[in-house]
Design a protein around this ligand. Structure first.
Ligand code: ADP
Length: 406
């Protein structure tokens, strides 16, 4: 049961504040780890830019402000003030830890209580994830300064994939150069892939350890993974979250010579970085990165949007087929995140192409309204079960933080 602002603390309530620090934003959720309720959520956007905007929702009440926010430290102060003014009181909800989403964790396979050493490591990984890890480190330092009394836990997006087999993690590069620059495939969205694959096993009531799964996390960022008995066999993101599927604004897979060609034509490293990460993918192909808008344009007969959708689906089908082969057959194909959970037409487009491999969608189950807890959307006799399972990275982070701090 959620505690309303100002109400008395439940006897044994335990909450975790989950912080997701982006380069210019700070998103947060206060999660009751036992009831799994979200007690409050909010965000501070456009940090360091003009037109900053903050919002905080507790219970039914949402408050907004648009004061300029110049740093992650200021954003944290605004967040804490929102809890003080509008509730809930963090201590009354039994705050036991602050969990931080950290994109790049290098070789870490487990969450870590943040010490100075861990923080320095996160900062050192900025070389590999310049935007993401610098923001995470700033967020953690600011949160530690404001709440030094609770443990801070770093949960890494790469952790689930730290155990990728060497043949999946290794780029076919000169070994000495790769080792010097730590060039390998790390994989991202790991918190989601781990959570969703486990939930999917529960949904179909089969042992996690015995299932061969392909998980498609399709949000603004998108990634696929092959999971065999709970262990990742491969994933589509690599050194950074740029590799793999077509995404909202990222290109995904390319011939590396595209980069060389642009560089030889005079583009700077930063320009190429922005092109591939922020101006490519669905946005680059069609002018919009939001899937709902893309679908509307496709329905209205827009040829660019049609091609963008076709490229997106083509890449997905290729990955699922490849993972089907790597796994030696698939038991379960799982769709998750904004697009995967909410777009039946996209699921149908992918499944239709995969039907000859035994992925048989049940049209009425696929289109039967919003998926709340998770739903099987394949026919009862489909050789591969297809499911939609909502992701919940915040709850996954909250649980891992609690498990670590006890
Ligand atoms: P991220 O967390 O990577 O920012 P999300 O998982 O929120 O992304 O997914 C964002 C994408 O999901 C957008 O392209 C959006 O159009 C799509 N999406 C979100 N909700 C819906 C919905 N109710 N119906 C259709 N598409 C949706």
């Amino acid at each position: 049961m959620a505690t309303e602002p100002g109400s008395a603390p439940a006897q044994d309530q335990r909450s975790v504040l989950v912080l997701n620090s982006g380069s210019s934003s700070l998103k947060y959720q206060l999660v009751d780890v036992d009831s799994e309720q979200v007690l409050a959520r909010g965000s501070v956007e456009r940090i360091g830019e003009s037109g900053s905007a903050a919002s905080h929702t507790a219970g039914e009440q949402t408050t907004r402000s648009d004061d300029r926010v110049s740093s992650h430290g200021d954003a944290l102060a605004i967040l804490m003030e929102a809890f003080d003014r509008h509730g809930p009181d963090l201590d009354e909800t039994g705050l036991v830890a602050i969990g931080h989403r950290v994109v790049h964790g290098g070789g870490h396979s487990e969450p870590q209580v943040v010490t100075e050493d861990v923080l320095e490591e996160i900062e050192a990984l900025q070389v590999l994830a310049p935007l993401h890890n610098r923001a995470a480190a700033m967020g953690i330092r600011a949160a530690q300064a404001i709440r030094p009394d609770v443990p801070h836990v770093a949960v890494f997006d790469t952790a689930f994939f730290a155990g990728l087999p060497a043949e999946a993690a290794t780029y076919a590069l000169d070994r000495e150069v790769a080792a010097r620059h730590r060039l390998r495939r790390y994989g991202f969205h790991g918190t989601s892939h781990a959570w969703v694959s486990r939930q999917a096993a529960e949904l179909v009531e089969r042992p996690y350890e015995q299932l061969k799964q392909v998980v498609l996390h399709l949000g603004n960022g998108a990634s696929a993974s092959a999971v065999d008995g709970g262990r990742p066999v491969d994933t589509s993101m690599g050194l950074t979250p740029l590799e793999g599927l077509v995404m909202g604004t990222r290109s995904g897979d390319l011939d590396p010579a595209v980069v060389l060609t642009l560089a030889r034509a005079g583009a700077s490293t930063d320009e190429i970085d922005r092109l591939l990460n922020q101006r490519s993918g669905l946005l680059g192909l069609s002018g919009v990165n939001d899937f709902r808008e893309l679908q509307q344009r496709v329905d209205a007969g827009d040829a660019d949007a049609r091609l963008a959708l076709d490229v997106y689906v083509h890449r997905l089908v290729k990955y699922v087929g490849a993972y089907h082969a790597l796994l030696g057959g698939t038991d379960l194909l799982v769709f998750t995140a904004g697009v995967g959970e909410n777009n039946p037409a996209l699921r149908a487009a992918v499944a239709k192409r995969l039907e000859p491999l035994g992925f048989v969608l049940d049209e009425s189950a696929n289109t039967a309204g919003r998926v709340v807890g998770g739903r099987v959307v394949s026919t009862p006799d489909s050789p591969v079960t297809i499911a939609v399972v909502p992701t919940n990275e915040e709850l996954a982070i909250a649980r891992q933080a609690v498990d670590l701090v006890g």
